[in-house]
Design a protein around this ligand. Structure first.
Ligand SMILES: [Zn+2]
Ligand SMILES: [Zn+2]
Length: 174
């Protein structure tokens, strides 16, 4: 099949509403703000609708590099998108609620660019907690050493939560 950024739908545009074409893809893709570490794989169903086409992704998988929130080391995690769909319109509507949700068919070449819808879905499926492992010890708040590699002698700093209480105690004493 063609690249997902220039998917030809010229054949489908001649067909009636409800006509479906199925694709599977496995290709390297670049997205703004995402460090991909593998090809993007998945299935795609394009259906002709009155206003243009409906693009449905299924079983999308890609490996993405993240930075551990605790130790700041890079780690790779597989992102999976089960099923999502987006519509591509043959012409821009007069009013749009959210321009980020608006996708228009390139009517000159009868192509659609699936990069942005895919980018949005991949980001929506990012892990909520980004740590390299559940046992990551993180970086020492005092000396800045990676505690996964070096055991430092620093004592835990008193947390800020205790400070107001200490102040209150001294006020009571006075
Ligand atoms: Zn870590
Ligand atoms: Zn330390």
């Amino acid at each position: 099949m063609d690249s997902l950024s220039k998917l030809s739908i010229s054949h489908l545009m001649e067909e009636g509403t409800g006509t479906i074409e199925n694709f599977s893809f496995d290709e390297p893709m670049k997205f703004d703000g995402i460090k991909t570490k593998s090809n993007v794989r998945g299935k795609l169903e394009i259906m002709k609708i009155d206003e243009g086409v409906n693009a449905k992704f299924e079983d999308v998988e890609v490996k993405v590099e993240f930075e551990c929130e605790k130790c700041l080391k890079g780690f790779t995690e597989k992102i999976s998108v089960e099923a999502e769909e987006r519509q591509f319109l043959s012409e821009a509507p007069e009013k749009t609620e959210d321009p980020n949700d608006l996708f228009i068919i390139d009517m000159k070449h009868y192509q659609i660019d699936l990069t942005e819808p895919l980018r949005q879905e991949i980001i929506l499926h990012f892990p909520s907690i980004r740590v390299c492992s559940s046992g990551c010890l993180g970086i020492c708040q005092v000396c800045g050493k990676d505690r996964n590699k070096t055991k430092c002698e620093c004592k835990e700093q008193p947390s800020n939560a205790n400070k107001p209480l200490a102040k209150l105690k001294s006020l009571i004493k006075n």
